[in-house]
Write a new protein. Structure first.
Lengths: 384, 302
């Protein structure tokens, strides 16, 4: 099948999918550049898998287009699309051995001599010598790599990965993330990776799209999204955030002054998504530093006072909850770098931050502070 | 300290090897016993008796008794006299099997994969006819196919059947009866196999350039092989030995080997010949099953 149209960007234009009255994907438009590693990140039920299945052709869009280069492939049957999928369940053919599983796509396209290609592909995923085994005789991680080889051998223009690492344990998942990234760099195919694991999305993808309720909330490079989220949903889904409810009253010079809980703060104007009305003042927990009193706050930093209400030691860091005078609990991560001791519960502290690390998000009137609970796993970038 | 040290020591001790294990070893055989005894009394012994009867001197009779003369010629005589019925049995049940597959595979597939909440109702519909007697159902077909029935009338009106054409008492009726009566035995094992078929495998096949037809050939069919093999055997074996359908829906011209064996034992009282025919039928079926299983290759299927 060398007569394919020259590869190009994958574009979704006003893609919508409704199941009865439920809108799974809502007027989605985005462009995925050729050769990039793109992650669709969202909680379950946000429409990310439905989007993927529409690209694969396993689901028919209610409206909209799926464009590969200049060609609309939305009407093509799945077996006519130059797109392959690594399924969440792997969906290996249990009656065929590994060699035949990997050769399946080539054989269906009428290619007779497959052995060399299959061997090369098994080497790429480090499964040489496993060709004669059946899928049931392989471990989860090995099956995952067979599923990858089975899709990659067809040299698709786009490879779709539907939570491919979801069934693996943590250590193997990390290993496979690095592996997948290596393979993507090696083959240069566009990867579209669907996941609910924010860390997975951030470590692997060039571009991350955060999806919520069938729409894309924010799209960009992982660091950009993390450092300057566009909505409260993104701020809390990708890592954790302390969001203080406040009111902004327009821009003053390069800053946006904010009144929150009776105190005045300010945020640089280039880190404000809005400068009028109800806002969230956001600070990431690792950007929040704890000191003994207001007199210890470095110049230029802003601060709030409170009492340590919880301290969780998680090895690389200690995660504190600080109860403020108005009752909200802020989280603050302190790296266990050996500098400074640990603060016991009940210690009065002052939490301070550099205004250049804060961000301002629009808030629906009436919404109160949002501070995410302490997670078991340290979130992405907490200590970097 | 001593208490701590004591714990593992005593923990290692319960479960001494001894009587429980000995009983466990015998348990499988004990569980086998009732079934094995049943088979011995009601299958193996009659089979041996039948084998002996097939070698009796054919000049004997029930009244005068049979002499055991090791008459191997019984087999040859039976076969040369009744080979047409033998051949007819296999031809009829083969045609019926093909028809049943054409109807039964799509049916089983639809129930297993597409029926959704109607699945159980459809399964009951497949099995429900079995709640009435085999004989009653076959007699019902006799009514449906009868010369004065609505079906024949309709077919004559649209000239699919000649003015004096008939359905009853034809090979068509017998094959139809076989197809109808044994269809559930084909559908149920097939259903069980297809029900386990993961539809995601078909999506994967489709994703890997297999058209629906090829996905069926390469994925659905091989994965339904266990059910297909079991179903065809459960259909073919009783259909080949059947005599009710030929008896009720056919004429002596449609008689199958089952009818001949039936009459040898119950009408002509020729026990040696009936026994010889029974063994010939059994041997033929065993040979066919053996070849079939070798060809279909069950080890391919997990």
């Amino acid at each position: 099948m060398e007569h394919e149209t020259p590869a190009g960007d994958l574009r979704l234009a006003n893609l919508t999918k409704r199941f009865g009255i439920f809108t799974a994907v809502d007027d989605l438009s985005l462009t995925i550049p050729q050769g990039s590693f793109f992650a669709l990140l969202g909680a379950s039920g946000c429409g990310k898998t439905t989007t993927l299945r529409m690209i694969a052709g396993l689901e028919e869009p209610t409206s909209g287009q799926v464009l590969l280069g200049d060609r609309d492939i939305a009407g093509l049957r799945p077996y006519k699309r130059p797109v392959n999928t690594v399924f969440q369940s792997y969906a290996l053919f249990p009656h065929l051995d590994i060699h035949e599983n990997v050769a399946f796509g080539l054989r269906r396209r009428g290619i007779r001599k497959v052995t060399d290609q299959v061997e090369r592909m098994l080497a790429l995923v480090q499964l040489e010598g496993y060709g004669r085994r059946k899928p049931a005789q392989l471990s989860g991680g090995q099956q995952q790599r067979v599923a990858l080889a089975r899709a990659l051998i067809n040299h698709p223009q786009v490879l779709l990965l539907d939570e491919p690492l979801g069934a693996l344990d943590l250590k193997l998942r990390r290993q496979m993330q690095i592996e997948l990234k290596r393979i993507q760099t090696e083959v240069g195919i566009t990867f579209v990776h669907v996941t609910h694991d924010q860390e997975e999305a951030m470590t692997m993808a060039d571009t991350v799209a955060v999806m919520n309720a069938g729409r894309i909330e924010q799209l960009g490079a992982p660091a950009d999204i993390y450092e300057y989220p566009a909505t409260a949903f993104v701020a809390n889904f990708l890592g954790q955030s302390n969001l203080l409810a406040g009111e902004a009253a327009g821009r003053t010079g390069d800053d946006v002054p904010v009144t929150a809980h009776g105190a005045r703060f300010s945020v640089p104007a280039d880190r404000a998504r809005t400068d009028q009305g109800p806002v969230f003042l956001g600070v990431r927990p690792e950007k929040l530093h704890l000191v003994g009193g207001p007199d210890e706050v470095p110049a230029g930093h802003q601060h709030v006072g409170g009492v340590v209400s919880d301290a969780s030691y998680v090895g690389v860091s200690t995660q504190y909850l600080v109860r403020t005078a108005w009752g909200s609990e802020l989280s603050a991560f302190a790296a266990n770098s050996g500098v400074g001791g640990r603060l016991p519960v009940g210690t009065p502290v002052t939490a301070h931050w550099d205004p250049r690390h804060a961000f301002l998000l629009p808030r629906a009137a009436g919404e109160d502070d949002q501070t995410s609970p302490v997670l078991d796993e340290p979130p992405v970038g907490a200590l970097s | 300290m001593s208490a701590l040290a004591h714990v593992p020591a005593s923990a290692g001790q319960p479960a001494p090897p001894g009587p429980p294990r000995g009983r466990n070893r015998l348990l499988p055989y004990l569980l086998l016993l009732p079934g094995a005894a049943w088979l011995l009394v009601f299958f193996v012994l009659p089979l041996l008796q039948l084998a002996a009867a097939s070698l009796y001197d054919p000049s004997g009779s029930l009244a005068t008794g049979y002499a055991m003369t090791g008459e191997v010629g019984n087999y040859w005589d039976a076969l040369s006299a009744y080979w047409p019925q033998f051949a007819r049995s296999f031809v009829y049940s083969a045609i019926a099997l093909v028809l049943a597959l054409l109807m039964g595979y799509p049916l089983a597939y639809a129930i297993a994969q597409k029926a959704g909440r109607w699945k159980n109702l459809l399964l009951v519909a497949v099995v429900a006819p079995m709640f009435t007697s085999f004989l009653v159902r076959t007699l019902a077909w006799k009514t449906i196919l009868s010369d004065n029935g609505a079906l024949v009338g309709l077919l004559r009106d649209v000239h699919l059947l000649g003015a004096d054409g008939r359905l009853l008492a034809t090979p068509f009726a017998v094959v139809l009866g076989l197809t109808y009566n044994f269809l559930p035995f084909l559908v149920l094992p097939l259903y069980a196999s297809l029900e386990r078929l993961d539809p995601r495998l078909l999506e994967a096949a489709s994703d890997l350039y297999a058209s629906p037809l090829r996905a069926f050939r390469r994925v659905t069919l091989p994965l339904s092989m266990p059910g297909l093999i079991a179903g065809t055997l459960l259909f073919f074996i009783p259909a080949t030995g059947d005599y009710i359908n030929a008896e009720l829906l056919g004429t002596p011209n449609e008689y199958m080997i089952g009818n001949v064996i039936d009459s040898a034992f119950l009408v002509r009282l020729d026990y040696p010949q009936g026994a010889a025919l029974s063994f010939l039928l059994m041997a033929a079926i065993l040979a066919i099953v053996f070849v079939y299983l070798r060809k279909a290759g069950t080890e391919e299927v997990l």
